[in-house]
Design a protein around this ligand. Structure first.
Ligand code: FE2
Length: 379
């Protein structure tokens, strides 16, 4: 099952062909930079020991031999290194498909109303690493998940965060109380219904995840709703490509100055694309959108048209998944993607939630480490 090799461009690249017909080209400079030998990569921590400037400007592939692995000799160094064929295949970059703006990572899956709420039991998540992996995978895929059966105790939300990562402290504290206050510093601390939104778009960097943890919920109303901001953005793109382009090309402004000594501002688009068009984030919050001044006069009316249409899509009940939190239940939401909302509440009874902002990098790191462990166990 030998790998086929063909040296291209006078040694500037090599084309590899796998026995099943899969083929990919790799550049000499790319292979040299990513060599896996112990002089290029530190054996213990896997970090690179060379800098790009250490690679000869005239690097070439002098010889390439394909067995189970690929063996490459670089000139003028005269250095020979081996690459496992599965590693090369997993890192192939010679793709042909063109990516349309708004393309998604393959780990994300968009949804609308009707999605069964991903959920897991708190005690199980604390004791069973495989169950934790499954729950974190659901968060990566859908951008939210619920936890049931947690302690009805102030601060218990920190134990949910501790399952996978670390909490970011802000001017609202390490965690904050979400309940009706007499002189609220934020409309979240009232009984008003809140339109679907992402939290704190006025922060840079924005909080990447949020936990909302229920301690009391006997008031009339107050149901929680989530909307997939990626699904809403792609629906806008499919209905109105120009509107999608306007909301992703121009920055909006966001601001919060609701309590003494705090004035947070950020300038970011409502729909954020990576430079190659990957959809990587959404920001939507009617309460904290500041005057938008980065859209040229000629485009402002069309920009507002797109903003209005996007808001209509977000408000469309067909996009929302609703659930009611009981004491000891919580949900984790990817604040760069999924919007959350609550229905207004009033009357007798009370509603008391606590919230905090863990970071997503820690969650993805924990998940990747669980997945690596599962892969190693299977091998
Ligand atoms: Fe919120």
């Amino acid at each position: 099952m030998a790998l086929g090799t063909e040296i291209l461009d006078g040694g500037g690249a090599v084309r590899l062909t796998w026995p099943d017909g899969f083929a990919a080209r790799f550049h000499a400079v790319w292979l040299r930079d990513n060599a896996l030998d112990p002089e290029t990569r530190a054996p213990g921590n896997g970090q690179r020991l060379i800098a790009v400037g250490d690679i000869p400007r005239d690097i070439r592939i002098g010889a390439a031999e394909g067995g189970d692995d690929l063996s490459v000799t670089f000139t003028p160094e005269g250095k020979t290194v081996a690459f496992p064929a599965p590693w090369l295949r997993a890192h192939a970059y010679d793709r042909r498909e063109s990516r349309v703006p708004g393309w998604l990572s393959e780990t994300a899956e968009t949804w609308r109303g009707g999605l069964a709420v991903p959920s897991a039991d708190f005690a199980r998540l604390e004791s069973d690493r495989e169950a934790l992996g499954g729950w974190l995978e659901a968060v990566r895929r859908y951008g939210f998940a619920k936890v049931t059966g947690g302690p009805v105790k102030s601060g218990a939300l920190m134990r949910v965060a501790g399952l996978f990562g670390y909490v970011r402290e802000t001017n609202y504290g390490k965690w904050f109380e979400v309940r009706t206050e007499v002189n609220p510093t934020n409309l979240a601390y009232t009984g008003l219904g809140l339109q679907a939104h992402t939290d704190n778009p006025y922060r840079d960097p924005v909080p990447t995840m949020q936990i909302l943890y229920c301690l009391e919920n006997s008031a009339e109303g107050g149901e929680s709703m989530v909307v997939d901001g990626f699904a809403a953005a792609l629906r806008l793109r499919d209905e109105d490509a120009r509107g999608f382009d306007l909301l992703s090309r121009y920055c909006a402004r966001f601001e919060y100055a609701g309590s003494a000594g705090v004035r947070l501002t950020a300038r970011r688009p409502m729909i954020e694309l990576a430079p190659d068009g990957e959809l990587i984030g959404v920001r939507f919050n009617n309460r904290s959108t500041a005057p938008i001044v980065d859209v040229p006069y000629e485009d402002m009316a069309a920009y507002y048209g797109a903003y209005r249409r996007w808001a209509e899509i977000i408000d469309d009940p067909a996009m929302a998944v609703s659930f009611r939190l009981s004491p000891g239940e919580s949900f984790l939401v990817d604040n760069t993607r999924v919007m959350h909302a609550r229905k207004g509440y009033s009357g007798a009874g009370s509603r008391w939630l606590q919230g905090c902002y863990p970071d997503r990098d820690g969650l993805l790191s924990t998940l990747a480490s669980i997945e690596d462990g599962a892969r190693e166990a299977a091998e």
